[in-house]
Design a binder for this molecule. Structure first.
Ligand SMILES: [Zn+2]
Length: 381
């Protein structure tokens, strides 16, 4: 363990340099060329470290790259691989670097995508490099990097799930929750509700109209009432709109609704409720309602397998000289998918810092080496 810790410290400069390289290639999820360029940088780094590289090419969306390190897990006698999950897309548009330059200052590395999660990806490469150099890599490690996590992982999800089924466990390189690893995440569902009414002159033909906004207001009240805080279930209308002018009875109104669930069983439950909205008796029967959507990410429940992984990480962290806690979060990640398949998944194994998706996004440098050493230790124990 001491050797890993020392190794982590020796690699700190190159780890920061590679993180910076990744950050300097800006990679908003909706720009395929940009994200692919960042992914290509990671693929090249993998090749340098002897990875077997497979590119899952996509059209219209960023590619997904699969890097395999260490001996091939061929038969049942060898341990199944460990899957490392990361994404290289960010929420930041091209040009953000001008206002948020990537720089080291006050013990932090600042810049768009540093914390979420380019530093985490760089940590994974560094951990693998350390283990390769020390000839400690006895089992196969699969590092899967996508470029659509921030927009729901629609394209990468089936690839992630297929690979996860062949692996013993999944480590997610998302940032830590404060200083803690994440053992539970909420699931997320998204719906859109459209109300069709009847347009009419608000002064001349008031009674001929059917006000879609008023009807939508009833629906918003109804779905918002499905929140059950004590079971970690929340329903929130995040965006809504409708109508054209104040003197026109609105013929159309719509709302986008998000639900978050802590328990897997609440997925089908809330889906049934939204489905039943379609047959809801409307206050104004001349309005009609359409509802689309569903659960996008199932919750990552705190399973026995995940707790076992966490306990192992906790004792390894203790050996490395720091205390590791666990936490749950309302946010989702690709770990939600793998955990829902029953594959033990530990999340938040990337960088420590503040301000993901915010102006002050930054990584605390002091935690980079010990966390990379812990990641390396988790890959061989
Ligand atoms: Zn992320």
């Amino acid at each position: 363990m001491r050797a890993l810790l020392a190794g982590g410290r020796r690699k700190q400069v190159s780890l920061i340099a590679f993180t910076r390289q990744l950050v300097l290639v800006e990679s908003p999820s909706d720009n395929k060329a940009a994200v692919d360029a960042c992914l290509a940088l990671a693929a090249a780094r993998g090749k340098e470290l002897g990875a077997r590289v497979k590119i899952h090419r996509q059209t219209g969306c960023a590619n997904v790259i699969e890097l395999r390190f260490g001996p091939r897990a061929k038969n049942k006698d060898t341990a199944r691989p460990i899957l490392l999950l990361g994404h290289l897309d960010t929420v930041w548009p091209l040009g953000t670097l001008q206002a948020m330059p990537c720089r080291l200052r006050a013990g932090r590395l600042w810049g768009p995508g540093t914390l979420d999660m380019k530093a985490g990806v760089a940590m994974a490469f560094t951990a693998i490099e350390m283990l390769t150099e020390a000839d400690l890599l006895r089992r196969e490690i699969v590092l899967l990097l996508n470029g659509d996590e921030e927009i729901g992982s629609t394209v990468s999800r089936p690839i992630t799930e297929k690979l996860a089924k062949t692996c013993s466990s999944v480590y997610v390189l998302e940032p830590a929750q404060g200083l803690a690893y994440k053992t539970a995440r909420k699931g997320i569902g998204n719906w859109r509700v459209d109300v069709k009414g009847i347009a009419a002159h608000a002064g001349v033909d008031f009674e001929k109209g059917a006000n879609a906004i008023r009807e939508l207001a009833h629906v918003i009240e109804k779905v918002s009432g499905w929140t059950e805080l004590n079971r970690g279930l929340t329903v929130s209308v995040g965006v809504a709109g409708g109508g054209t002018r104040t003197n026109v009875i609105p013929a159309h109104a719509w709302a986008e609704v998000e639900a978050r669930i802590a328990r897997r069983a609440d997925g089908p439950r809330i889906e049934r409720k939204f489905a039943a909205l379609k047959s809801l008796k409307l206050t104004n029967p001349r309005c009609t309602l359409t509802v689309t959507g569903g659960i996008n990410r199932p919750p990552m429940e705190r399973s026995r397998g995940t707790v076992q992984l966490f306990r192992k990480a906790q004792s390894l962290a203790h050996e490395l000289g720091f205390t590791l806690h666990e936490a749950s979060t309302g946010g989702g990640s690709d770990g939600n998918f793998t955990a829902a398949l029953g594959v033990p998944t530990l999340d938040g194994m990337g960088a420590v810092g503040e301000g993901a998706h915010a102006r002050q996004e930054s990584v605390l440098v002091e935690h980079l080496s010990p966390r990379t050493a812990l990641l390396a230790a988790m890959l061989i124990s």
